[in-house]
Design a protein around this ligand. Structure first.
Ligand code: ADP
Ligand code: MG
Length: 578
């Protein structure tokens, strides 16, 4: 076949396929044009998932009548002059492709009046060819109506998902821009019904609450990076909202990320955010988050993909750690405050739950009338020297033990009650996780060989987890049907009675995903000091000191509260009330 240069119309249609993948991408391009034009109000309408009609109206600057035809030419833009400008973009547009592409694959009508022009203009295109053009009286601003999208590209039309999916995508696009631009009033109407509206008053909290719903928003906390991370000239800052660990989803769809006002998709960054919840949420679940990241414009390359949904950072790891640190910090602080709030809701706790005059029968096992003893019974397994991590809790002074379950301690802000079992689980979990990450799990050889007989169910779990267990320091040999002999064990359970502990670990694992984190959590659960175990003052001090250094000291890996704080103010109020 002879080589020919493709006619413009064909080139336009091919290019259109890149920039306008689906109705939602057209909506995105049109909204971006409105924002670039300085609009403070943007109305979006769609019918049949955008296939029949997409209409975006704005009160921005409008297009001068003399330039209207140019606006629909490929690579025609008012936003970029030279290649140097690419490094310092402050607008969404720069490729000059969107209008040309959209018009090439639809029947598009634009009505626009530039704010300096006395008259507006109306232009109609059919598959990219100008149909009709006439002056028209119109308010300053622009209305673009896109009808029958992809009517002339049947292949693309066939690949579109059900209306419902396209509708949801459009909603996703509009709500994302509304969150990134709280100062712009957005409305979204689909199939004649209003779906979303933002006030344009500039309050991000308000918009996020509107997007996720008030009920969910109540479970979200503000995120604010402390100061800015400086890298040479670059300064990174992040702000927004993220959910408390009790609000999660099984997919990432509720994580909305923006860089310099641009909605982006970045799996590595979503992962960095999810990691901030490590040990607080189940693996395979994801938080809700709306995070607006700002960096100097030359710090991100937005010209990576025609849809501009992906960006490239100059220093990705700096961005990730700034974001992760901000989220982690907010979660830790909220956790502490929340425990106060929850505590406060348990009205009368100080009277009912701790009665200092009358020992409750459930506290049987402790010396009569004496909750604060330091009898040297029971043991906390030896643990490695506290790692040199920064403290996450203030230094606490151990006062004593209640009911062989709770450690009472005093801190700068008030009284702390620590659940010894949950706290120890947390400590062991973080220690083992660190050892495992460093590739050096502490294993201890077993002196006289111990054998364990497993049930057939546990035997299956063992088979499934063999690799993970060996990574944690288990050395196990088969010794006949369902029988195993242990050569070495992870240090934390070396002191436990293996015949009891090991089936317990397998039992815990059989109920969870069989990942390394779950295996460590299962080990921690089995090895942790139990409720009912009386601790010496020294043991309690060791435990509390270790808890102070945990990165998430407020909950056990299985999600139980490790400590409750009663502030001085709460105590004072409680006594004055009484
Ligand atoms: P780009 O946004 O990359 O410049 P587009 O094809 O999206 O390319 O738009 C082409 C030009 O049309 C823009 O540069 C701008 O000057 C003008 N334009 C498009 N939409 C609007 C709008 N809503 N308001 C004002 N001007 C617009
Ligand atoms: Mg554009």
């Amino acid at each position: 076949m002879t080589i020919i240069v493709l006619p413009d119309q064909v080139i336009a249609r091919i290019a259109a396929g890149e920039a306008v993948e689906r109705p939602a991408s057209a909506v995105k391009e049109l909204i971006e044009n409105s924002i670039d034009a300085g609009a403070t109000s943007v109305h979006v309408e769609a019918i049949a998932g955008g296939r029949q009609l997409i209409r975006v109206s704005d009160n921005g600057a409008g297009i001068p009548g003399l330039e209207i035809e140019l606006a629909f030419k490929r690579h025609a833009t008012s936003k970029l002059r030279a290649t140097e400008d690419l490094q310092d973009l402050s607008t969404f547009g720069f490729r000059g492709e969107a209008l040309a592409s959209i018009a090439a694959v639809s029947q598009t009508t634009i009505i626009t009046r530039h704010r300096d022009d006395p008259m507006g203009i109306s232009l109609r295109l059919n598959g990219g060819q100008i149909d009709h053009q006439s002056p028209i009286g119109a308010p300053a601003g622009t209305v673009v109506a896109v009808e029958n999208l992809f009517f002339n590209t049947p292949a693309r039309l066939k690949f579109l998902k059900a209306d419902r999916t396209e509708k949801r995508n459009i909603q996703g696009v509009v709500t994302r821009y509304a969150m990134a631009y709280p100062h712009i009033a957005f409305t979204l109407k689909q199939d004649e019904r209003e779906q979303f509206r933002s006030s344009g008053r500039g309050d991000l909290a308000d918009v996020v609450a509107g997007v996720f719903g008030r009920v969910h928003f109540k479970r979200m906390i503000p995120i604010e990076s402390a100061g800015q991370t400086r890298i040479g000239q670059a300064a990174i800052a992040v702000h927004g909202f993220a959910s408390l660990p009790d609000l999660t989803r099984s997919d990432r769809t509720r994580i909305a990320l923006f860089v310099n006002g641009r909605a982006i998709q970045d799996n590595a960054l979503s992962h960095a955010i999810t990691q901030a919840y490590e040990g607080m949420i189940k693996s395979g679940t994801f938080p809700f988050a709306v995070l607006l990241i700002s960096t100097p414009t030359d710090f991100v390359d937005v010209n990576v993909h025609p849809t501009k949904a992906q960006v490239r950072f100059r220093e990705p790891s700096q961005v990730f750690s700034t974001v992760q640190r901000a989220v982690r910090q907010a979660l830790l602080e909220a956790d502490l405050e929340q425990s106060d709030v929850d505590q406060w809701k348990m009205d009368g706790f100080t009277h009912e739950r701790i009665d200092y005059r009358q020992p409750s029968p459930s506290f049987a096992g402790t010396a009569k009338d004496d909750f604060f003893h330091d009898a040297d019974l029971g043991t906390i397994p030896e643990t490695a020297a506290a790692p040199a991590r920064p403290r996450t809790l203030p230094i606490l002074r151990v006062v004593g033990q209640i009911g062989a379950m709770y450690i009472v301690a005093e801190g700068p802000a008030g009284l702390y009650l620590i659940d010894q079992n949950a706290a120890h689980e947390r400590i062991l979990y973080e220690e083992m996780r660190e050892e495992q990450r460093a590739g050096s799990p502490l294993a201890e050889p077993v002196g006289d060989s111990q054998t364990v007989l497993l049930s057939p169910e546990h035997d299956i779990v063992l088979g499934e987890c063999a690799e993970i267990l060996s990574e944690l320091g288990f050395e196990i040999e088969s010794f006949g049907p369902h029988t195993y002999v242990f050569r070495s064990l992870p240090r934390v359970i070396a002191a436990s009675r293996l015949a009891d502990a090991f089936p317990g670990i397998l039992e815990n694992l059989s109920r969870k995903d069989k990942g390394i984190e779950e295996a460590i959590a299962a080990l921690a659960a089995v090895a942790a000091v139990k409720n009912g175990q009386i601790l010496s003052l020294e043991e309690m001090q060791t435990l509390v000191a270790q808890l102070e250094r945990c990165s998430s000291p407020f909950a056990s890996p299985s999600g139980n509260t490790t400590l409750i704080r009663l502030t001085r103010e709460q105590l004072a109020l409680e006594f004055r009330r009484a």
